[in-house]
Structures are given as C-alpha cells and as structure tokens.
Design a protein around this ligand. Sequence first.
Ligand SMILES: CCCCCCCC/C=C\CCCCCCCC(=O)NCCS(=O)(=O)O
Length: 572
Amino acid sequence: MGFLEQFVHNGRALLGHRSKAILLSGAACFGAVLLVQRVNSRREQKKRILEAQRRREKSFQVAERALLEYKQSHPMTNALYILSLSLSELTKQLQESALSPEEVFYTYLEKTLDVHQKLNCCTEIILDSFEQLKTIGSCKRGILYGVPLSLKENLLLKNHDSSCGVVKYLNQPADDDCVLVKVLKEQGAIPFVRTNFPQALLNYDCSNPIYGQTLNPHNLQKTAGGSSGGEAALIGAGGSVIGIGTDIGGSARIPASFCAICGFKPTAGRLSSKGCKSIFRGQKTVLSTPGPMARDVDSLALFMKAEICEQMVFLDPTTPLLPFDEGLYQSRNSLRIGYFDCIEQTPTSPSMTRGVQEVKALLEQAGHTLVPFTPVRILDMAELMSKGALADGGATFLQQLEGSPVDPVLHAQVAMYRLPICLRKVLAFILKPFVSFPSDCVNDTIAQWRRLNLDVVLCPIIGPAFNFCYCGKLMSMVPHSMTYNLLNFCAGVVPVSTVTEEDERNLFVLIGLLQAITGGVGLPVAVQCVALPWHDELCLRFMKEVEELVKKARKDEGANANGKVYLIYDFH
Ligand SMILES: CCCCCCCC/C=C\CCCCCCCC(=O)NCCS(=O)(=O)O
C-alpha cells in the first residue's frame, strides 16, 4: 500500500470509529437525559404526593386542636344522641334551636376523625368550615341549617384541589365552589370533610396513590366500593349524616351497597353537574351525575328538596325548573313493579338474587303487583357502555395516569387498555357474533316498560363488598348499575339484608366471583330500585317503601332472623 492509500485507509478507519463513537456517545447522552428526566419526574411526583399527604395531615391536626379547644368549654354530653338522629330529625332540632350548629358540628367532627383513623376514608378536613360555622346564623331559614355535610373530593371547592387521584391535578386549586355546594351553603349546610375515591374515578374499588385504600366499615379486609367509597365508608360508620357522590357507572350505588347505606343516582340533569370534576369531559353517551348518599331514604329526599331550587337553576340554567314533588314522594298507592333477580350475561352473586326475591315477597304481601321483567338487549347496552365511556379505547384514561404511579386497583383495567390495537381488533372480531347490532336501547326499554304497564323496577345491585383489587377485574358486573346511566333512568339502592352461610356456599359454583367475594358472611346486601327518566320522586318513594317494609319485616322476625337487615344505627 502506497503512502497515499495508507493515509486514506487510516483516515477512513479513524472517521468510522469516530462517527460510531459520536453516535454511541450521542445515544448515551440521550439515554442519560431521558433517565434524568424520568428520575426528576418521579421525584417531582413523589414530592407532590408527599405535599398533598402533609396537607391532609395538617388539616386533621388543625381540626383535632379546634375540637380539643371546643371540648374544654363544652362537655358534648349530647354526642350519642346527635349521632343517632336521622337527617330529618337533626334539621328539625337545629331549626327549633333544641340543638346548636356548634354542638352538631363538633360531634360529627369528632366521629369523623375517629372513623377516618380506622377506615382511611377522608382526604381532608375542610378548615373553611370553622369560619362558616361562625356565620351560620344568617342561614337559619335554609332547609339544611347547621347540618354538617361530606363531599367526594371531585366536587370543586374554592381554593382546594380536586385531584381525582391523578398527580398532575395536584396544586391546581379551584376558582369557585361547584353549584351543588353553593346551593347547599345557602341552605345552611356546612361542608366539613372531603372523601376518598379510586384513582381517576373509573373503577368501583377505592384506592389511589395519594390517599391510599379506603376500608369497609363492616369488614376491614374488604373494600368500601367506589368510586364514592370514602363517602359510603364515612356515612356507613356514622361519621356523616349526608354526603354527595358522583355516578357514571354505579359510583354512588355500588359503595352504598357495600357499606349498607342508601345511595341515589338521579336522572342526569336533574341536579347540576357544574363543577363536578370528571376524567372524561364532553362524553355524552353515558352520563355522569352527582347524587346523595345517606343512612336512610328520607335523607336522600330532603337533600334533593334542598338542592332543587331557583338558585340552582339560576347558577346552572341547564337544569330544569322542576320543583321536588313532595306529594309524589309521600304517596302510598299500590305500584306495578317489574322485577328481575339476575342478568343472564352478567355475573350475579347468590345474595344479590336472594335480596331481590325477599323484597319481592314483602312488596307482594304489601299489596303491590310484581311482574317479571327481562332487561332488554343487555349485550348491546354493554357494548354502548364501553364504546361511550371508552370511545377512544381508553386513551384519555391512560393519558390521565401519565406521570402518576398507577394504583394496584387499576392494574387489570390498565393492562386491557394498553393491549395493542391490532389485538383488540382481533378480540372485537371474535366477540362480535355474540353482540347484535346496537338498537335504540332507551326506546326499547321504555316500550317494554309501557307494554307491562310498569311504574318502577326492582333489581339487583353489585354486592357484597369485594376483596381488594377485584373490582377492576370484574367490569363484567358493571351492567347491573351502568345500564341506568346509559339509559339515563333514575336508580337508587337500599340495604335489605346480610350475606348468609347459604349464600356463601352457593358461591362455589361461580368461579369468576368466588375469589372476589369469598368470606362475605354477615356483609350487607342491598337491592336497586329504578324509575323512568325524571321520575326521581317516584324512585325515592319506591326506595322508601322498600326500606319501611324490610325494617318492619326484620322487626317482626326478631333479631335471630336469617339475614339481618342493617338498621340505621347498627354501627355507631
Ligand atoms: C357483559 C359484559 C359487559 C361489560 C361491559 C363493561 C362496560 C365497561 C365500560 C367502562 C368501565 C366503566 C367502569 C365504571 C365503574 C363505576 C365508576 C363510576 O361510576 N365512576 C364515577 C365517575 S364520575 O365521572 O365521577 O361520575
């Protein structure tokens, strides 16, 4: 090789090595930058989560100090009595000045602090409530004068975050209260505590990486249910007399069923949703709505009465000027009731079926007419539920979780939404023959309802309370509740019984459900009452009758009855 050739060869080799080295070091730099970014973002997330947890702790410490101070000069001898009052009794006593807003407030605060320690159900004590308490005298004419109220965290509250368990929503305080809270404050209620939910709200368990898992008041090894699980646990354990949840697939009703309280999903639009933070904005196929949760049906009705007023319509003119019909709520004429105790295509536990059968018998004895009702086109509806709530294949849901650690309760769902699109298309193709062409589900259901001349429908609600992390694996049960969000019918649940040894034995044939609900003897069992859109008062009236009949039957049967009903004050 001549000198020139040697020179060119060495030059090429050198350049080759150099460009490789440049490429390699470039890639390494890029990788390092990504790694640093990732580490920083993890650190930032952790910092935000820790800050939120500290804020929560601080709110509890301030509340504890205020309570101690109050107790030094006020002996709180009425506490047990106050906690035993229903919402109607409580409002009456407050309005007649037989009780003061202060003693009611501090009694509930003390109970809430105690319950939260056991169940981890609250995300914050609302410290502004101490200020509101000082000026509450000006609201004496309000329907809920002096009543302490609990709120699910996704209801906007001025100067407070609504994180929905998503780290990127932390440190974004709201500019204003949501409409429902504004109206309730005008009615004299004092929102004093905010409650827990599952991360990103689209699950019926109750855990998130910021505030952790909420436990069931009836069995600490079970979830409180969700997504309004913090509310259900707090109310079920006696720490709140009335609270607000939200419901797009059963979120006010399922945790109510798990925790033995009443929960109501009104017709969407009847109550204002303005300021109720949701993960999917603009989604119209399956409608979300706020709804009340309480220990008895009268409390739900009183809440509706307090909210449905001119001020709500003024603040949110998308809601109808349709005053609460007290006459209809109080009426007791006999009803024609459609019923079903299972849905063929959806898992139903033995206690869900038994609950419906027992209530059906009581309603018949009370002179109502019970007619078998088959839910129409449930698979079409299931398809619409998934397509409506997850029209983008879960992309928005996953987007919300970006930059957040994912809570274990969501693992099954997230794994499903992360399946490659081609695989999902293959799955959809395979499943397609089992689903007929989506029909007009709303009109088909109404037509069947009219054919049978029904007033209301009695049916099961998901229960009993699940073991942790199983809710996300059993989305196939969601049609029990979500059907009425898709149809936009109103629906509510009432606790009616408890799981028996026989229910538990019968569970062994249901492979899918076994692991999720095994070990449930003694847990609450509820039923669901449904009415047509805008017939909210009729739905509540039906719930009230179920509640009364069950209470009376259990009283007649005595305490050793097979399947004890959860009476209002059992857990105090
Ligand atoms: C026969 C099998 C059919 C399976 C159909 C499954 C459809 C599932 C589609 C989406 C999953 C939604 C889960 C909903 C759980 C309830 C959660 C809830 O109501 N969250 C409230 C959200 S809100 O925006 O605050 O109202």
